[in-house]
Design a protein around this ligand. Structure first.
Ligand code: 6R9
Length: 651
């Protein structure tokens, strides 16, 4: 982010104090901060008690082997029991857990009692396929109820799931299955996307050719499209799950039993398997979901538009809301199918009370026009959430005005796959909101902004965002790579967790997030590694070298811009440049997934490098963002940038 945008942001002076009526009745009251401050661990004990434990813990936090944390030591619980059965036991079995809205318009409403039976059947079926506590199961599904059921079934039997986003390629899926040694893959024939069935199983078929750990592939029939079938390996969900016993006695597992692995891009090409465990994770997912969204399970209809392939779907579709006994909407498809009012139509239909979505979606809706949401009754909405990237003040204001009826508080929630749950966010009813700022750490969470020398910066200055205290839903490590865990998050500033984000404190000490400070891009709220895309480009026979940068983009936040040097023997001549560029864009989509497809590929003859051979992406970013190119003095050859710009103008 440039200094100019930074100062623009900080001159944002609009303030939105909470509505007194909302504030008076809000779940989270200002005392929550004092309570957490007075005794942080006792505060977390109290939050953990909102769950149902089989054995009470003997120690809240064991930090003796930092940075490897243990929370609620000695405690045991069953995560699926907490998300499903206990609501049935409390007499709420007839409450709807999920209102599913398929893209083609098919719907299913599933009560907690039905969910209990579905999860039990799936748990029994997984056991029948040989899955045991301690195993890993990969899940590669569209946004259908079976995705939620599969995750809970794994949790119920103590197996860790690894959900892989359905938009990822066969190769991305293969490497994730392999890294986690998954025994079973759960997938579907396909899902509906932009009005058409889009296939998923072929990617699994291609992936499992090279994953010896996979014994069975469990296939949900969603679209009824043709699929290739391997009798020795593939089984239909409707054969083995539907016929399974619908009662399953959940067993309690240790608070630190692995719950899931979720892969996220790092600064190197290899994605990191972020490991989360059970008791602390569920405690913080439930606590944050309740207080940040002011959730009233008896009357609210909550909707988070994320895909379960991302951490937001894990914590704020599956674990947080279900632990709290919420009724929620899940939607399979895209916001413009069959028309651009689909989201608002869904909100009107179910009378949604809380909407949790991403800035990139909000900016897209802004582009489509105010008249679209204006055609629907959105008056049921009472809290609006934002996640995934900084929300620019104009999008914030638009969201409040056109979606929230100039009334609903907005919670801009900062967190990461690694943090497991929300860390920084206003509390609706408590915080006077500032458009564009995530503002304050939640009660129980310790944060700061420090400079290069690890010194907390004064108000009005910027630096690096760090977390100063361990928190219950923190990652417990990187799957199979404890050293990388220490190195990535705990080595930059001793004793502090380094989030990889730049941040600034304003005059009041409120936090403004400024984006990543490492080589990670944020495209539509999804983390993509520059290195990973560069490797994909270089794997193409025509490419000699590649550099990728995230350039700011009005809709997606950042967009992937690639600079490539073609091989001398690629047989390239100017007349074919469009075809080559299309080929390279498609190549990246195939290697990593469509979300990684570069917006732009620029063919150049040179890349700007330092004397030690490091590509200076900052300069390429200047080009991609049409800015005057910054300081070139550390370049090995300072004329390179002129050549690049000249070449691009000619091209
Ligand atoms: C939940 C999620 C994490 C990265 C994070 C930061 C960015 C997320 C944000 C935000 C500013 C917010 N980020 N929420 N930046 N304001 N409210 O998105 O997890 O996919 O792991 O991404 O996203 O850069 O470091 P994940």
């Amino acid at each position: 982010m440039t200094d100019e945008t930074l100062s623009n942001l900080l001159h944002e002076e609009r303030r939105f104090p909470p509505d007194p009526a909302f504030a008076g009745a809000a779940l989270a009251q200002p005392e929550l901060y004092q309570q957490a401050q007075a005794d942080r661990l006792a505060f977390w004990d109290e939050q953990a008690r909102a769950l149902d434990w089989t054995t009470e813990w003997t120690q809240t936090l064991d930090w003796s082997n930092a940075p490897f944390a243990k929370w609620f030591v000695g405690g045991t619980l069953n995560v699926a029991y907490n998300c499903v059965d206990r609501h049935v036991d409390a007499g709420n079995g007839e409450r709807v857990a999920l209102h599913f809205e398929g893209e083609p318009g098919d719907t299913r409403s599933i009560t907690y009692a039905q969910l209990q039976r579905e999860v039990s059947k799936a748990a029994n079926a997984l056991l029948g396929l040989g899955v045991e506590a301690g195993d890993r199961v990969a899940i590669y599904l569209p946004m259908i109820p079976e995705a939620v059921i599969s995750m809970l079934a794994c949790a119920r039997i103590g197996a860790a799931h690894s959900v892989v986003f359905g938009g990822f390629s066969a190769e991305a899926l293969r490497s994730r299955i392999d890294d986690a040694d998954a025994k079973v893959v759960i997938t579907s024939d396909g899902g509906y996307r932009r009005g058409n069935p889009s296939a998923l199983k072929p990617a699994v078929d291609a992936a499992v050719v090279n994953t010896p750990s996979v014994k069975k592939v469990l296939v949900v029939q969603r679209t009824k499209q043709d699929v290739a079938w391997d009798d020795s390996r593939d089984v239909w969900w409707h054969d083995v799950v539907d016929s399974a016993e619908d009662v399953h006695q959940p067993q309690a597992f240790d608070a630190e039993n692995p719950l899931f692995i979720l892969y996220t891009s790092g600064t190197t090409g290899k994605p990191k398997g972020i490991l989360h465990t059970s008791g602390g994770y569920l405690t913080q997912a439930a606590y944050t979901h309740r207080n940040v969204f002011d959730l009233r399970p008896e009357k609210d209809i909550y909707w988070c538009t994320a895909d379960i392939g991302w951490v937001t779907g894990h914590s704020y579709i599956v674990y947080g809301p279900l632990a709290n006994g919420a009724t929620q909407v899940i939607y399979e498809g895209t916001p413009d199918t069959p028309h651009k009012g689909r989201f608002w139509e869904i909100i009107q239909k179910y009378k949604v009370t809380q909407l949790y979505t991403a800035p990139t979606a909000i900016r897209t809706f802004m582009k489509w026009g105010d008249d679209i949401p204006a055609q629907y009754d959105l008056s049921s909405l009472r809290v609006l959430g934002s996640v995934g990237e900084p929300i620019n003040p104009e999008a914030w204001i638009w969201y409040r005005k056109h979606i929230g009826g100039d009334q609903a508080p907005i919670v801009d929630t900062w967190w990461q796959t690694e943090t497991g749950a929300i860390m920084i966010s206003p509390l609706p009813g408590v915080t006077t909101a500032k458009p564009g700022s995530a503002q304050v750490a939640l009660p129980g969470i310790g944060i700061d902004v420090v400079d290069d020398a690890m010194k907390p910066v004064p108000n009005g200055s910027g630096g690096y965002l760090v977390l100063t205290e361990p928190w219950p839903s923190m990652l417990r490590g990187i799957w199979g790579d404890p050293e990388r865990f220490k190195e990535t998050y705990w080595s930059r500033f001793e004793g502090l967790y380094f989030a990889g984000d730049g941040a600034k404190k304003d005059e009041d000490g409120d936090i403004w997030l400024l984006g990543r400070v490492d080589d990670v891009m944020n495209v539509s709220g999804h983390r993509l590694s520059t290195t990973e895309i560069e490797s994909a480009l270089v794997s193409h026979p025509k490419v000699a070298e590649a550099a990728v940068v995230g350039a700011s983009d009005e809709t997606t936040g950042q967009a992937v811009c690639a600079f490539v040097i073609l091989r001398g023997d690629a047989g390239y001549d100017e007349s074919q440049s469009e075809a080559v560029i299309a080929e390279l864009r498609n190549h990246v989509a195939k290697e990593i997934g469509p979300i990684a497809k570069p917006r732009q590929v620029m063919v150049v003859n040179e890349l700007p490098k330092t004397r030690s051979g490091k590509i200076m992406r900052r300069l390429l970013q200047d080009v991609a963002e049409n800015r005057t190119v910054g300081d070139v003095t550390t370049l090995a050859d300072s004329t390179v940038m002129d050549l690049i710009k000249k070449g691009l103008r000619a091209g």
